[in-house]
Design a binder for this molecule. Structure first.
Ligand SMILES: [Zn+2]
Length: 302
């Protein structure tokens, strides 16, 4: 990129440090005391250079790191300016000046990457996507879906059918209980923003996991309580939450929720998607979902 282009892309202060090898005044940088989880990128080009785990408090006045993200993202050059012999560090992608590296670091690596705040852009962890999915059933999917659409960090909720033996089942068949499927919702979420623990906490709050093949007036195997996990960590977490709820006797009867490996999900017909929000006048929704949403609100205000 030409100097003129850098000038329009960067602030004058960033330009001075990144392109003219300047140094910000000690103890003035915006990221000096930052202790949040996330990634430090080159302010010039977005190249990912360091993570929060590599940062330490060096008391030298500039953000300090004891190692870099692997992959040759940082270039090291001998710098003999100002009557000293130092090793300059620059972004290997855009040549932007970052700072210097010293071998007096206090951690195991022995290194101290001394970096200008102005050379860095910090991206907090919760804004990075870490997409996960979990499929759960807790009675009528209209109700479960409505609850999860309210949660921050949930990206998508789809109503559908899982756990049966008939391919591409229709709603009417599932309702007759002849397909073996449960009414489920497939939740896509950003695990950096919402934990599976929270998702399952909500699950056990808004339905009754102790009634076999039944939620209130909805009776049949399609209304069974299920968690279809996608990997062993999800399974472990689900089982440990159930164990804890049992030990603490949160429910008066024992939990009958099935915890099984996810197999296949059939998305329900379009008119079932976002049903609650699109059909608020329906008496069913008012009777069943509103108390669930109220219960859920109470849990999260507490
Ligand atoms: Zn760069």
């Amino acid at each position: 990129m030409k100097n003129e282009d850098w000038k329009s892309k960067l602030s004058p202060e960033q330009y001075y440090v990144l392109r003219e090898k300047g140094t910000e005044r000690a103890f003035t940088g915006a990221l000096l005391m930052n202790k949040e989880k996330g990634v430090y990128k080159c302010a010039g080009c977005g190249n990912e250079l360091f993570t929060d785990e590599m940062k330490f408090d060096s008391h030298c006045g500039w953000p300090s790191f004891d190692r870099e993200i692997a992959g040759g993202k940082i270039k090291k050059t001998i710098d003999k300016s100002h009557g000293m012999i130092r090793t300059e560090i620059t972004c290997a992608n855009c040549d932007g000046h970052l700072g210097h590296i010293f071998d007096d670091g206090p951690t195991q690596t022995g290194e101290r990457y001394c970096v200008n705040s102005l050379s860095l852009l910090f991206q907090p962890a919760e804004t990075q996507l870490n997409i996960e999915e979990i499929t759960i059933g807790g009675g009528c999917f209209w109700c479960v879906e409505a609850v999860y659409l309210n949660l921050k960090g949930v990206i998508k909720v789809e109503s559908g059918y899982s756990g049966g033996f008939v391919k591409n089942p229709a709603y009417r068949e599932v309702c007759n209980g002849t397909t073996g499927h449960a009414e489920v919702v497939k939740i896509t979420y950003n695990a950096n923003e919402i934990s599976l623990h929270k998702i399952l906490e909500v699950f056990f709050t808004v339905h009754d996991p102790t009634t076999l093949n039944r939620q209130g007036n909805d009776i049949g195997t399609q209304y069974r309580s299920v968690i279809y996990f996608q990997h062993p960590e999800q399974e472990q977490l689900a089982l440990s939450i159930i164990k804890k709820l049992e030990e603490e006797k949160v429910f008066s009867s024992s939990i009958v929720t099935e915890v099984k490996a996810f197999d296949v999900f059939y998305k329900a017909e379009d008119y079932h998607q976002n049903y609650y929000n699109l059909n608020k006048s329906q008496p069913y929704c008012q009777l069943v979902i509103v108390p669930k949403l109220e219960k859920f609100k109470k849990v999260f205000q507490a």
